[in-house]
Design a protein around this ligand. Sequence first.
Ligand SMILES: Nc1ncnc2c1ncn2[C@@H]1O[C@H](COP(=O)(O)OP(=O)(O)OP(=O)(O)O)[C@@H](O)[C@H]1O
Ligand SMILES: [Mg+2]
Length: 258
Amino acid sequence: MIEVKHLTKRFGDKTVLDDINMVFESGKTNLIIGQSGSGKTVLMKNLVGLLTPTSGDVLYDGRNFVEMDKRGKALIRREMGMVFQGSALFDSLTVLENVMFPLDMFSAMTLRERTRRAQECLDRVNLIDAQNKYPSEISGGMQKRVAIARAIVLNPKYLFCDEPNSGLDPKTSLVIDDLLSGITKEFNTTTIINTHDMNSVMGIGENILFIYKGHKEWQGNKDQVIDSTNERLNDLVFASDLFRKVKKMEIKEERKEQ
Ligand SMILES: Nc1ncnc2c1ncn2[C@@H]1O[C@H](COP(=O)(O)OP(=O)(O)OP(=O)(O)O)[C@@H](O)[C@H]1O
Ligand SMILES: [Mg+2]
């Protein structure tokens, strides 16, 4: 569980995040949504320590990350896995070597153990057959899956993904969502996903934070999205009122059938 308390971030006199309060739960896919420029990436960077909040606290299972010294922060960082915008793979390393990289850096395992662990993770994302390929030789969706395998190789308690579906087609995005959701359940990770993808909201939105111009506008789950009367939320998720009405009807019909 990650608790965010009164988090504010300013750059100069520009307030990008304004008094955000939120609990990101373990074993759940927590989503951060909001229009471009609303502050999603800045929030995630404050959570993982790439930026320091102007004020406020971030608690990792009760441990106050903001107030910690370097050593304490380093320990918590070891419990984090991250998938950045783009896949950020090393072009000169094979898929297997990319996934092994965190183990090479941070574990005391033998080469054999590291290889085995990396292969387990590649297997988890269905990519064991691509282990000897280079990133340039595989598709964008596969690259994303390699990045996810790399993010989970150290058994993280906290998994952060900034726009994991950007640049992917809807079907491939579903595969990525299923994978992230599956991993979250399997390992009980606190997973936080920044997303623009409204299919993700309706698919894996178990706990959703909607940021509007830097403040917390709404919080709820995917079911509550459908019935929400928050105009800003409806505009973001359903784009137009007509589309919203159609979508709501569709979803309600689908549920009746189930
Ligand atoms: N280092 C920085 N210095 C000053 N302003 C910044 C900095 N980083 C981000 N911002 C500003 O903070 C605001 C929020 O940016 P952020 O990248 O968090 O948006 P976002 O919600 O992730 O958008 P997108 O959906 O396009 O990724 C923007 O106005 C951006 O210009
Ligand atoms: Mg962003």
